[in-house]
Design a protein around this ligand. Structure first.
Ligand code: NAD
Length: 441
């Protein structure tokens, strides 16, 4: 009998009876998925995870691809491709953002869905991970076109989402507005309001206090605690931030309010650097007026990636994935990296950073504030009872502190860097659930 091993390099131990003509899982193979699997592999090896369980955790459980027509304002019809990838059904309903961007693909969503599973597990939330999105250039679409894209995408993935099965949330280029359209579309289909179908909604539609700032604020809380444990503080620290969106803008505001010196910022249009500290109010006023940072009249202009190389104490990538790679890692001049974005550092760059003694606080911990407050939102929607902003922030802080403590403990126990420690804590919990549920039937 011919046999063929599933996955790359023998990852997983599922054996087929005939050779595959198409490499198994090739649907979601991508550079970002490779990064996610490599990170997972390091955590799994540390735990000595049995191949049967790794095989079940390394690939997504379901992936839906949809192609749908949308009428442009010009009257023309354009076909868009969207995805929803569900990574793990073991821990509870699935949870994960929806992003719009020209690079959105099944492989990208698969990597992000795996990170969502691990993030939820690390934070002790009763969710598995998912991710979705639409391949488009949101900057090229009008408000009305974005509404039509959002509503049609929501209808297309309707069969696999639900408040007890898969709950979308904002991610890149989506926010409260898109979540309101999403919630309305879903509610129209079922015939009554279903606020708990998405998180990150406007407050008046069943959103929660604090969701809009949760991811950025969470990253700041984690940074404060990491520095605090070293007898240092955010106040007076030199910080550079890549990305000025939902996450990056909050990081910049919250850190500036705590007395950090912001020495570099960038968005998709470019960056600026000023070792004496950037006037962040002026930056936000400029971006509000012009849409982008480009041509901001003060400081030294650098490229959008150049901001990563500015001398600083703390570097916070808060934009897109794969920004710190083998190509630029040697040029980094920081003491600590805090991954507010998902997947900004490749495994090759991780190794160089570890060799240089630069700690990397990984995404599944540093940006977990978003999904944590999304969980609070979902719980409030289910209970039909709202908590106040102070309660939300206090609970967020506690939940992140608990997760950080578990990672610190794993680091000490295993003598590994932050990412592998965080992965091991996250994998351990989801692996235990996987073993306990065994295999159906
Ligand atoms: P966003 O679309 O609101 O903002 C993205 C920002 O990055 C914008 O300022 C954009 O101009 C900039 N940008 C885009 N491409 C860039 C590039 N190549 N170089 C420099 N800047 C670039 O997105 P967001 O919601 O803030 O998400 C940012 C990151 O945080 C993503 O990795 C996302 O997955 C992650 N994240 C977001 C949330 C959330 O709650 N929104 C939660 C967890 C993680």
């Amino acid at each position: 009998m011919d046999t063929d091993r599933r996955g790359d390099g023998g990852w997983g131990d599922v054996v087929a009876t005939e050779p595959y003509r198409v490499a198994p899982g090739s649907e979601w193979r991508s550079e970002l998925y490779r990064v996610a699997v490599e990170q997972f592999r390091r955590g799994a090896e540390l735990l000595g995870l049995e191949p049967e369980v790794s095989a079940r955790l390394v690939e997504p459980r379901r992936a839906l691809v949809v192609n749908f027509p949308v009428r442009r304002d010009s009257g023309e019809v354009e076909i868009f491709t969207g995805y929803r990838v569900q990574h793990t059904l073991t821990m509870g309903p699935m949870k994960g953002g929806v992003r719009y961007g020209p690079g959105v693909s099944m492989g990208e969503c698969a990597a992000l869905a795996m990170w969502m599973t691990l993030k939820c597990s690390l934070l002790g939330l009763p969710f598995g991970g998912a991710k979705g999105g639409v391949r488009c250039d949101p900057n090229r679409l009008s408000r009305d076109e974005l509404e039509r894209v959002t509503r049609r995408y929501a209808s297309e993935i309707f069969p696999i989402i639900g408040p007890d099965s898969d709950i979308p949330a904002p991610d890149m280029a989506t926010g409260e507005r898109e979540m309101a359209w999403f919630m309305d579309t879903y509610s129209q289909q079922v015939g009554h309001p279903v606020p708990e179908i998405v998180t990150g909604k406007p407050l008046v539609l069943g959103g929660t206090e604090g969701r809009d700032i949760a991811t950025g604020l969470g990253a700041v809380f984690v940074l404060e605690d990491v520095l605090g444990a070293q007898g240092r503080s955010v106040e007076g620290s030199r910080v550079a931030v890549q990305g000025l969106g939902n996450v990056g803008a909050v990081v910049v505001r919250e850190l500036a309010a705590r007395g950090a010196r912001i020495v570099g910022v960038s968005d998709v249009s470019g960056g600026i650097v000023d070792p004496d500290g950037i006037d962040v109010d002026a930056v936000f006023a400029w971006v509000a007026e012009h849409g982008f940072l480009r041509d901001f009249p003060r400081g030294e202009q650098v490229s959008r990636k150049g901001v990563l190389e500015v001398p600083c104490d703390v570097l916070i990538p808060a934009a897109v994935e794969r920004q710190i790679t083998a190509d630029n890692v040697e040029a980094l001049d920081c003491g600590l990296v805090v991954e507010a974005a998902n997947g900004p550092t490749t495994p090759e760059a991780d190794e160089v950073l570890a060799g240089r003694g630069i700690d990397v606080i990984p995404d599944i911990l540093a940006n977990a504030g978003g999904v944590t407050v999304s969980y609070f939102e979902w719980v409030q929607d289910q209970q039909k009872y709202s908590w106040n902003g102070e309660e939300i922030v206090a609970r967020l802080r506690l939940q992140l502190q608990d997760a950080l403590a578990r990672v610190v403990e794993a680091r000490a126990r295993h003598g590994v860097e932050w990412r592998t420690a965080a992965q091991s804590v996250a994998i351990e919990r989801v692996a235990e659930a996987t073993r306990l549920r065994t295999i159906y039937p």
